[in-house]
Design a protein around this ligand. Structure first.
Ligand SMILES: [Zn+2]
Length: 470
């Protein structure tokens, strides 16, 4: 058992980006971790976005089944979100509701482990405010100022250097048994300037400096050997030269449509579009109805609307949840299949084609076998991710994952992204993992990180979906 577990998130860093930085000698402290413990490539959650991507690190659970299906979502039941047109966007001031929106029974490592510490994390249920860096009004005002200022990227880098220093200082002074600390700028740099930006390396160096300082202090205090340090990311990134606008598609179908930033009208709209990342979207049809459409999304008038969405050039994979244990998977040009799940086993039944390119039907796979089956394909871990997001009652009637080079938000983005994430394909789903000591098991998913941290700290988290790899 470890005395303490530290998780450092390099937000939005791809495995190949990190490996290249390590191979070139740009991040010596991270390279040392790779030598000591090892480097792995694992999968994140779908939608592959920040906020949701952190939920597995502290709960061992998938965010959708923990109550949060996207970075934006619509509460068609009207029981959870009463204002703002029953819709939520964690992009901006409403991120403060993230913890409250998680299901009541969801427990975090912050609740179980004392003292604990979090820096720049959206999920922090149970974390005392004085141990939550980035939560105060001062930090939020500072963040908003940078967001709207010219030359914002350079100032975000200064912000992250400041954060890294404070994280090391806090760990030195308070010796938390569990800590989650994020470096946010790799994501911001890639959205604005893409993977080729020289500043991306600067952001990795900030993470490297943070890890170097943490290690130095822990070694000096004689606590390094009993510490498990993991460095991970929450999603990938890839260029998005083309932007589709789903609101226009639905409006052309004669529907009234609501989407952020004008989601206040959602309660009276025919359809609601909630984009994450921006390469993923939940589309809620017949939005005045309080329950999901299920099969009805495929027939009659709503069937027409669904067909107008799922065969677009921008779409790679479309999901239509059918009840609690099945989901239709459609890929333009690759046909349909049904994914079913029951009792921890997942099944893949091609109908006319092989949308996930798995080579044929698959029966009764457990979580580990399902990961192995999908891992070599274009959609690593698709079977389990489809089951998770489709089974979440807060998900849309049609769930879209964007093709490479595309996202789903053109009109309402103040700064068009040159690179993005959110989708189910490899560039967005694969993330790196560095561990400070050799592992006995096989790290597969980010939910395994929460499970491993819990096992190392002797904590039992309810509803855990990951497996410890220690
Ligand atoms: Zn992002």
């Amino acid at each position: 058992m470890a005395q303490s577990v530290l998780v450092v998130v390099l937000d939005g860093v791809r495995p190949d980006t990190l490996q290249a930085a390590l191979d070139a000698g740009h991040a010596p402290a991270l390279a040392r971790l790779r030598e000591d413990g090892g480097a792995h490539t694992i999968t994140t959650v779908f939608p592959s976005v920040t906020g949701l991507g952190y939920v597995p690190f502290v709960t061992g659970r998938h965010p959708a089944t923990a109550g949060i299906p996207g970075i934006r979502w619509f509460d068609r039941s009207r029981r959870h979100l009463r204002r703002g047109g029953h819709s939520r966007s964690y992009v901006g001031w409403a991120m403060r509701y993230f913890d409250a929106d998680l299901d009541v029974g969801v427990e975090t490592l912050f609740q179980h482990v004392r003292p604990s510490f979090g820096a720049m994390t959206m999920v922090a249920r149970g974390l005392p405010r004085r141990h939550w860096l980035g939560r105060s009004l001062g930090w939020q005002v500072r963040g908003a100022r940078i967001h709207f200022a010219k030359g914002g990227l350079g100032r975000w880098l200064d912000w992250d250097r400041d954060v890294a220093g404070r994280v090391a200082q806090h760990v030195r002074r308070h010796a938390p048994r569990f800590a989650l600390a994020a470096v946010l700028t790799p994501d911001k740099v890639q959205h604005a300037e893409g993977q080729d930006s020289p500043r991306l390396l600067d952001t990795i160096r900030i993470g490297d400096q943070m890890v170097a300082e943490l290690r130095h202090d822990l070694e000096r205090a004689g606590r390094w050997e009993e510490t498990l340090l993991m460095v991970v990311s929450d999603h990938g990134h890839s260029p998005v030269p083309r932007h589709d606008e789903l609101v226009d598609v639905l409006t052309a179908q004669g529907l009234s449509v609501a989407a952020h930033p004008f989601a206040g009208t959602a309660k009276a709209a025919d359809a609601v579009v909630m984009v994450s990342g921006n390469a993923m979207a939940h589309v809620y049809l017949d939005a005045r109805r309080r329950a999901r459409l299920g099969q009805e999304a495929l027939t009659g008038r709503w069937g027409e609307v669904t067909r107008s969405l799922v065969d677009r050039e921008s779409v790679d994979v479309a999901l239509v949840p059918m009840g609690d244990d099945a989901c239709l998977v459609h890929a333009p040009g690759r046909g349909d299949a049904v994914v079913r799940w029951h009792g921890g086993r997942v099944h893949y039944h091609p109908r006319d084609g092989d949308p996930l390119r798995l080579g044929g039907p698959l029966e009764g796979l457990d979580a580990a076998d399902a990961w192995e089956a999908c891992q070599p394909t274009e959609h690593p871990d698709a079977l389990v991710q489809v089951a998770m997001v489709a089974s979440a009652p807060r998900s849309g009637d049609v769930i879209l994952s964007a093709n490479r080079g595309w996202d789903f938000r053109r009109k309402f983005e103040p700064l068009l992204h040159v690179s993005g994430h959110g989708a189910l394909h490899r560039e967005h789903m694969l993330v790196p993992l560095l561990v400070s000591r050799p592992v006995g098991g096989m790290p597969r998913r980010t939910v395994d990180i929460g499970a491993t941290a819990a096992a190392a700290l002797g904590v039992a988290l309810p509803g855990q979906e990951g497996a410890s790899f220690l």
